[in-house]
Ligand binder design. Structure first.
Ligand code: BGC
Ligand code: NOJ
Length: 811
């Protein structure tokens, strides 16, 4: 069952009922100002950092769900309704929500009045624009009272939700004409405020939530709206809100457009006040003046549209499979932008207060983003590397506002350092900008400890080299990619965080997954050293890699698949000798991607075992059999009920690893089959089971042990976006950036008789045509570049050429 449909021409997902199984959201904003917006106009806004600079308040875990947003009430006689149905939930005569690239349009119609609300964050201003167009489609005159509403957050979202003894006293506002200023703490140490304004004269306003709602009433029936009259309330402490009242007299057929803007304004410290006690508004007024007229808003909206068209033009495919094309050309790349911007900080499952930017998360997000805006990827790499410790290890997270490592979570996830190599290598292969390696980057953000980025990579590599266990495999530390495989924690305290509790370094617990990563990304480091002419370092690196490869094929092999780990007692994890958790997905994918066991048949066996033991119709499970009881020696993974999250759900992040691994072995049918199982556009058909948005990946889908098998959770902010894009673009379609240029190596199902790709790469346009009339799964039989046959499957770079025509014949 579906709750909407894709409109490929407009690059939109159109939701046709407000009663989606869960709120289905979108993201507005590309750089500094971000908003989350659901299909009923719920959500919130923040500037750079969802924890430290929250503009509007949102109630997580609310019942009914999805409370607070940018709400517009329409009072038409005794009928009060919202274009997005919430919060009044008045039944609408017509409803659609169109989520597009960086914008959302919600349309509702009731009793002959239609309201269309277009929400977007312009490219160049820190604000959200809401354009509300009302049209009288009836035969009578309509006298409408329109009320806007946002509820302000007192900036620090954690404090806002916890420190009531203080913050019921601090709230302050200033009202100037149609502009409502939220100025809490501006008198003291803040030099920023928010403004919520409309481009027309207002009948009245409210800034006190209590006054707006009335005693013991909520946003679903606020007193102000029910009375049809604002109270002109000024908030003193308690809960400041912004609400305008506008009266409209509409003739039959008449249309009116209103522009509301919610903006974040920062003033230099010496320019905070325009008069004693009066905040300086000049910057706010300048910004608001840019969204005063409809044409201005339309222009900004068109700019946003063009921006996205330009970005998506950098990689597009035509395969003839409409679902595949819409994922590759639009939604997967769009999600990659969102994950790049927000890491795991703010979604409807991530409160924005817990996690900032993840070290490993951001490094991986970059893999799917680097082709879109390489210059931003460059800056991100430098920011991430600057949080690294001198011994190569990493803060697990950092705060986007300060860009400093977050000591609440600390360090000790031993895969982290290698992800830095992965993302730098991806950046270099995409851009050829080797100058980044010479950039001086501090360790631990300490300007006294500055070394070239290349040295950071060496330390990442050596971090693993110098931390190996009894079998010569890398030590796992607190955990590896699987945050919940905590082999050194032994937590017995209820509620203790597995991420931060004691971590008794046993120097025994080893990870076969990190071994695979080391062989793969260590190999990329060695290639880089060769490319730079440092053959001695390349040889040293390769010797270390060989040791780990051998250890993996011997001590990391269980007979039919790769082991997952050794625990702190030296017992195997992910082995047929275990009672539960006999086989895990991660090492099968990563080791095969690294090329381990490809020549001697181990890789084939491992992937067959995955197919037999882990695959389901909804994707590949993380492990089997699921753990049924808690094991202190394994940690959080066994804390989840069977089938959920890391305990045997379908983790969408590592499904593409299996698909990539199948492609490494030349299995195009299998690679594509695995790709499809979790791919949103294919999953759309059973949205009532899947429940999260059908246009983006979710982190996890309940596995076969769960009662809710097939149900997804944690949509949007997941490494699944980047990895699926890497998989489909580089492994399946096989357009792979290398140090020397593009390599074309498709691995596709036999029925796919060919495809074309347009790719912008290192400043040139590549038009690639792949012909698979032969119906093979892999193999390039012949290739022509600009009409000339070439040997092999690499497109060598030619100086000053801006266009490459590449014809590939598979066979
Ligand atoms: C989740 C993981 C997550 C970790 C860190 C765990 O509870 O299951 O997926 O990475 O927390 O926040
Ligand atoms: C989510 C985290 O963000 C990611 O870093 C981790 O790899 C997965 N969970 C698996 O535990």
């Amino acid at each position: 069952m579906q709750y909407g449909y894709f409109n490929d021409d407009l690059r939109e997902y159109v939701i046709t009922t407000p009663r989606t199984p869960l709120p289905w959201i979108n993201y507005l904003g590309n750089r500094d100002f971000f908003s989350l917006i659901s299909n009923t106009a719920g959500g919130y806004s923040f500037y750079k950092d969802a924890k430290l600079r929250r503009l509007t308040r949102y109630r997580y875990n609310a019942c009914p769900p999805d409370q607070n947003g940018r709400y517009y009430y329409i009072k038409d006689g005794s009928c009060i309704w919202n274009p997005g149905w919430q919060p009044t939930q008045t039944e609408l005569d017509r409803y659609t929500c169109r989520h597009g690239l960086g914008y959302t349009v919600i349309s509702g119609e009731k009793n002959g009045v239609s309201a269309e609300l277009t929400c977007f964050v312009p490219l160049n201003d820190p604000c959200e624009v809401n354009r509300l167009v009302l049209e009288n489609r009836s035969a009578e005159i309509k006298d409408l009272d329109i009320f806007s509403l946002v509820e302000f957050c007192l900036w620090n979202a954690v404090d806002d939700a916890t420190n009531f003894q203080r913050n019921y006293n601090t709230g302050e506002v200033e009202v100037d004409g149609s502009a409502i200023y939220h100025i809490t703490e501006y008198r003291e140490r803040r030099n920023h405020y928010a403004v919520f304004a409309v481009n027309t004269a207002i009948e009245g306003f409210d800034t006190s939530r209590d006054a707006f709602c009335g005693p013991y009433r909520g946003f679903s029936s606020p007193e102000t709206v029910c009375n049809g009259c604002s109270k002109n309330s000024i908030a003193h402490g308690w809960a400041p809100v912004g609400s305008h009242h506008i009266r409209l007299h509409l003739q039959p057929g008449e249309k009116r457009s209103l522009l509301f803007v919610l903006a974040y304004i920062e003033n230099p410290l010496e320019e905070k006040w325009e008069a004693p006690g009066v905040i300086a508004k000049i910057r706010a007024k300048e910004l608001l003046a840019r969204y005063r007229e409809d044409q201005q808003a339309e222009f900004a909206f068109a700019e946003l549209h063009n921006y996205w068209s330009g970005l998506l033009n950098r990689f597009s495919v035509c395969t003839g499979d409409e679902k595949l094309d819409r994922m590759v050309n639009v939604w997967n790349q769009y999600q990659c932008m969102v994950t790049f911007n927000l890491s795991r900080s703010a979604s409807y499952f991530e409160s924005g207060t817990g996690r900032g930017m993840g070290f490993r998360d951001s490094c991986q997000d970059l893999l799917g983003f680097v082709h879109l805006v390489p210059s931003r990827a460059r800056q991100r790499i430098l920011d991430i590397a600057a949080t690294q410790f001198e011994d190569g290890s990493a803060y697990h997270q950092y705060q986007p506002l300060t860009k400093k490592g977050n000591s609440d979570i600390g360090s000790g996830f031993n895969d982290d350092p290698l992800w830095l190599i992965a993302c730098v290598s991806a950046y270099l292969r995409e851009t050829g900008d080797f100058s980044i390696l010479q950039e001086n980057v501090p360790f631990q953000n300490d300007e006294k400890k500055v070394r070239p980025l290349l040295e950071h990579l060496r330390r990442s590599f050596d971090f693993t080299v110098s931390r190996k266990g009894p079998h010569g495999l890398p030590l796992i530390g607190r955990a590896d990619w699987n945050d919940c495989l905590n082999l050194n924690c032994f937590s017995t305290e209820p509620g203790e965080s597995f991420q931060t509790c004691s971590n008794m370094e046993s120097r025994k617990a080893e990870s076969v997954f990190i071994a695979g990563m080391f062989v793969k990304y260590g190999g990329e480091y060695a290639d880089l050293c060769d490319w730079l002419g440092d053959t001695a370092e390349a040889a040293r690196a390769r010797a270390e890699i060989e040791k780990v490869r051998t250890a993996t094929e011997t001590s990391g092999w269980d007979g039919e698949w790769f082991l997952r780990a050794y625990d702190a007692f030296g017992k195997p994890v992910g082995s047929r000798t275990c009672e539960e958790g006999q086989i895990y997905i991660e090492p099968q994918g990563m080791c095969v991607m690294a090329g381990i066991g490809v020549e001697n048949g181990l890789a084939d066996k491992a992937l067959n075992s995955v197919m037999e033991r882990l695959e389901t119709p909804y994707g590949v499970m993380l492990l089997q059999p699921a753990y049924t009881c808690y094991h202190a020696e394994l940690g959080e993974i066994t804390s989840y009920p069977p089938g959920y999250k890391e305990n045997a759900s379908i983790f969408c992040h590592n499904n593409p690893w299996i698909s990539c691994a199948e492609a490494v072995l030349g299995h195009g049918e299998r690679a594509f089959h695995i790709y499809r199982l979790t791919c949103p556009a294919y999953v759309e058909a059973f949205s009532e089971i899947h429940r999260t948005e059908p246009y983006v990946y979710s982190q996890t889908v309940a596995g076969s042990d769960a009662k809710t098998f097939g149900e997804a959770k944690n949509s949007w902010l997941t490494g699944s976006a980047a990895w699926n894009f890497v998989n489909i673009s580089q492994y399946i379609l096989g357009i792979r950036p290398g140090l020397e240029g593009l390599e074309i190596d498709p691995c596709i199902p036999r029925w796919m008789k060919g495809f074309t790709v347009h790719r912008v790469y290192r400043g040139a346009n590549y038009y690639i045509t792949v012909d698979n009339t032969a119906g093979v799964e892999k193999g390039v039989a012949a290739m022509k570049v600009n009409g000339r046959p070439v040997a092999g499957n690499r497109v060598l770079l030619e100086n000053a050429r801006s266009e490459y025509n590449v014809e590939v014949i598979m066979g």
